[in-house]
Design a protein. Sequence first.
Length: 76
Amino acid sequence: MGQILMMQELGRLLCVIGVLVAAVGLFIWKLGGKLPLGRLPGDLSIQRPGVSFYFPITTCILLSILLSLILWLFRR
């Protein structure tokens, strides 16, 4: 009996996560290129002849904080 309830909770959680991912995807899609993600101050971009390196460190930190906040809210 307890295992069935746990599976139902897992199913609900997966549905909620799926809806959230779809909502975020739709939000980003509708905004198009208007979001500055990936072009924030602090993102590393090095271009030399024949070599190009790009690492969006500030964007990664910002997204990590946002995701941590969302997960914290779900745990409450």
